[in-house]
Ligand binder design. Structure first.
Ligand code: GTP
Ligand code: MG
Length: 410
């Protein structure tokens, strides 16, 4: 079957096309699109009073355990005096900034913002572990006046819930307590003159609960283009929804990555002339983005207090288990079988790529491979999450999707 499909495509024509200037120009443009995606910076400022949980929150966002040498120091009575950047372990252009505390008696929002060089941040997260106060509101107003966005995070809600449960064990209702905390925060901020403040309730030890997903959605919505992509990739996927969003964001760029994998080693006359190392690199970055590499699984195991092996066992896809060239080659040869289907689908949706699909089965194969990999990694990631957070019974139905067609453009 595979050979028949390959014969149907005129290989000589494909070779000519690949070497033609037009395609080279397209590929240059695509390369610069990918470059601009990779060089997009995201600078997130995290501020609040001393002990509010800023450093712990930063580590949770970076997916780093407190003991990791790259992590921010936590739980120490040592106030940061100058802004300290923490680089994202996978995305060197994404930084979380631990800013000096705002709780000093002589706090002056505008001076503070000048001192921390407010202009370099994309947005501010203002963290409070108890009540929001005048200085939080003042800071938010000053941030807005300087043309930047701010978000309030009420941290350590796990502690509040536990305390409340102890106080009223028979009447305790989690949803009710959360509502009360949120309403109280909003009331405080309104009293300080802020209109319609939005507060996200978070526990840095249990990001999968409470408002973390909502915070991520809100941030993503309010960022544009490449920065949104960077945010979706950099935040840990702690819910099924986040996994799906990450997948959708990566999916939009598959065609560009597939295209780039086609031309570098173009040898006319060969059915598959793909840049395999480049494809392997892309696949590896996908796998890490979903937290399926050993290091990410290890951190999750520590956070969730689960044996690492138990989480690793949830990675059942062929590519997730063995990201080797042999497996990749096997999938690529399968792709040839689907060449015609792919060609038709791609042709229907993206006219620009007509020629590529008709001329290069290698493009279709790379496209198919990356699609398959994203689907598999996302499913693995969901299984890992279910196991890590013991959600097996609650969410099972959302995890086992029917097989996807694999060639649909978003
Ligand atoms: N239970 C619980 N404890 C938290 C949470 N976030 C932080 N903590 C604890 O609160 C303490 C202070 O946290 P840090 O992250 O060091 O606070 P910080 O705001 O960075 O403090 P400074 O650097 O001194 O300004 C630590 O003991 C943390 O373990 C949370 O979400 N839940
Ligand atoms: Mg700190």
């Amino acid at each position: 079957m595979a050979t028949m499909e390959i014969q149907e495509l005129d290989l000589r024509e494909m070779g000519t096309l690949i070497q033609s200037r037009v395609v080279l120009e397209v590929s240059n443009q695509v390369q610069s699109l990918l470059d601009s995606l990779e060089t997009t910076t995201l600078e997130i400022a995290v501020t609040g009073e001393s002990g509010a949980g800023k450093s712990t929150f930063i580590n949770a966002l970076l997916g780093l355990h407190d003991g990791d040498p790259r992590a921010a120091r936590t739980g120490v009575t040592e106030t940061t005096v100058s802004p300290t950047p923490y680089e994202h372990p996978r995305l060197p252009r994404v930084h979380l900034w631990d800013l000096p505390g705002t709780g000093t008696p002589r706090f002056q929002a505008e001076t503070y913002l000048q001192q921390v060089q407010f202009e370099r941040y994309d947005f501010f997260i203002i963290v409070a572990s108890e009540r929001f106060r005048q200085n939080h509101a003042e800071l938010a107003r000053a941030v807005a006046a300087m043309g930047k966005r701010f978000y309030f995070v009420r941290s350590k809600v796990d502690l509040d819930l536990r305390a409340s449960q102890k106080r009223r064990p028979t009447r305790f209702q989690e949803v009710q307590v959360l509502r009360e905390i949120e309403a109280d925060c909003i009331r405080q901020l309104e009293k300080e003159g802020l209109e319609f403040p939005k507060v996200f309730l978070i526990s840095s030890f249990e990001l999968h609960k409470y408002h973390f997903q909502l915070l991520q959605d809100t941030l993503a919505e309010e960022l544009e283009g490449h920065k949104r992509h960077a945010l979706l990739l950099s935040f840990p996927s702690v819910t099924s929804e986040a996994v799906q969003k990450k997948k959708a964001s990566l999916r939009k760029h598959i065609w560009k990555r597939a295209l780039m994998a086609c031309f570098v080693s173009a040898l006319p006359g060969l059915p598959l002339h793909l840049n395999i190392p480049l494809l392997m690199k892309t696949l590896d970055s996908y796998r890490k983005a979903f937290g399926l590499d050993d290091s990410s699984l290890g951190t999750l195991a520590l956070t969730a207090s689960k044996p690492p092996l138990e989480l690793k066992k949830q990675v059942t896809s062929t590519l997730g288990k063995d990201l080797s060239e042999n497996v990749v080659q096997a999938i690529l040869s399968q792709a040839a079988t689907y060449g015609r289907v792919a060609a038709r689908l791609v042709k229907d949706r993206v006219p620009l790529l007509d020629n590529l699909v008709a001329g290069g089965i290698s493009f279709v194969a790379a496209y198919y491979l990356l699609h398959t990999a994203l689907d598999s990694f996302a499913q693995d990631a969901e299984r890992v999450l279910l196991k890590a957070y013991d959600l097996d019974n609650e969410l099972q139905s959302s995890v086992f999707y029917p097989p996807e067609p694999g060639f649909i453009f978003d």
